[in-house]
Design a protein. Structure first.
Length: 141
């Protein structure tokens, strides 16, 4: 797994963050099982609730392009023009990951540079998660 390249893609994705309300800029890079990288940024809205996180932007892009299984996601965030700070995915994003990823195998890369990152499994960040397997006895995707 080329974590460094995935971190670099997340850092680039953050450049497109549309976050005039929070001024918290987030980028994500999602690696599919087929080896494609989908980038996402947070996209906020004047009505607030339509805003979407960088991670879910990346998932929605990928799934709408026909990708259903994923290996890893890198996430970077930080306020405005300041330094990157460790940014962990929100609960909604963890649940979306649960829909499309194996909790024991999917890797979540959190860091502040291409040299400084930590890798977690989805299971570590979402213990006892509820997913498709709870509703159906076989994989649906
Ligand atoms: N945000 C993300 O995009 N991903 C995260 O992991 C945490 C939060 C966004 C949502 C909102 O646009 C801004 O950061 C502040 O919460």
């Amino acid at each position: 797994m080329d974590y460094r390249a995935l971190m670099e893609a997340a850092i680039q994705a953050r450049e497109n963050s549309y976050s005039p309300y929070s001024d918290y800029r987030v980028g994500a890079a999602l690696l599919s099982d087929t080896g494609k990288v989908f980038r996402g940024c947070n996209v906020e809205n004047a009505a607030f609730s339509p805003g979407i996180c960088a991670e879910r932007t990346a998932f929605v892009k990928a799934v709408s392009e026909g990708e259903h299984r994923f290996q890893a996601i890198a996430i970077v965030g930080g306020a405005g023009a300041g330094d990157l700070e460790l940014t962990a995915p929100c609960g909604l994003c963890r649940q979306v990951m649960m829909e499309f990823c194996d909790p024991k195998a999917f890797e979540i890369v959190l860091g502040t540079s291409t040299e400084d990152y930590q890798v977690f499994t989805l299971e570590e960040l979402l213990p006892l998660g509820f997913g498709p397997k709870n509703l159906r006895k076989q994989d649906v995707l």
